[in-house]
Design a protein around this ligand. Structure first.
Ligand code: ATP
Ligand code: MG
Length: 245
């Protein structure tokens, strides 16, 4: 990270790419994660590489959902672990959520490497290694979750999630918060709260909103949740991208 000059016009994008490369080298991120990053980078470019107003609203609604939840869980994959490990630990602390490692390309080595990486960044308890429950209607490897984690969660934050799993979690009746820069992807489209923003900006923003709302009563939090319109947020992001073109 030292090698990238901070005044470079595309500093954030270069930093993001560099972190994914490091993640691959450390055995945290799958090679396919680099392609996902490339797609995300293209969408971020078109969005102006900034948090658009409807994403900010989504980030506040996400914070309200997480604070209202009985059993909130934050899902971690290889890209999330490489890009925002400490930020996910901070968010988990701010909303009293569990962290669960959940991989598209699951191997015991990567599961362990990611859990260790999160612990290095301050995580105490990391779920996902038990894998004693299954998400219905998904193939075996991708269905694995912890019984007392994602399986039992009422609210799940699934950043950069694969469309099939996002749909399957939605069918389980969970309140789903998705971070995804592509508003046309299935994952944000099935989300109760689609956050169309770079995860690097999105997670610290959700945490800041959660801290700001820490003393809010449930009525106020429910008001924020009800005010948020996922379809409007997706439309606004798509419009921004089209205008950018
Ligand atoms: P599919 O149609 O199967 O969902 P996909 O192109 O959406 O294919 P995925 O592997 O599902 O690919 O997910 C990667 C998603 O994550 C992409 O939509 C991409 O825009 C998004 N993404 C990648 N990097 C980031 C990032 N840093 N912040 C937010 N979203 C990102
Ligand atoms: Mg997708």
């Amino acid at each position: 990270e030292e090698e990238i000059p901070e005044d470079h016009p595309r500093y954030q994008d270069l930093l993001t790419r560099h972190r994914i490369e490091e993640g691959v080298e450390k055995g945290i991120t799958h090679l396919q994660g680099m392609h996902a990053e490339g797609r995300g980078s293209a969408f971020d470019y078109l969005l102006g590489e900034e948090t658009i107003p409807t994403a900010e609203e989504a980030e506040r609604a996400a914070a309200a959902h997480l604070l209202l939840a009985d059993r909130p869980v934050l899902s971690i994959n290889g890209n999330v672990a490489a890009l925002v490990p400490g930020e996910m630990v901070d968010l988990a602390e701010a909303v009293d959520a569990d962290l669960e490692v959940n991989l598209f390309n699951r191997t015991p080595e990567r599961m362990e490497a990611i859990a260790d990486h999160l612990r290095d960044h301050g995580a105490e308890d990391v779920k996902g290694l038990e894998a004693d429950a299954r998400i219905p209607n998904l193939d075996h490897q991708r269905a694995k979750v912890d019984e007392d984690g994602i399986y039992a969660a009422d609210v799940v934050l699934v950043p950069l999630e694969d469309g099939d799993r996002a749909e399957a979690l939605d069918e389980m009746g969970k309140t789903e918060i998705v971070v995804d820069l592509n508003p046309l992807s299935r994952s944000p489209q099935v989300a109760d709260v689609p956050i169309v923003d770079n995860i690097i900006r999105a997670i610290p923003n959700v945490t800041a909103h959660a801290r700001d709302l820490a003393d809010a009563d449930d009525d106020r939090l429910r008001g924020i949740v009800e005010e948020f319109d996922p379809d409007r947020a997706l439309e606004a992001a798509e419009k921004r991208i089209r205008n950018g073109l």
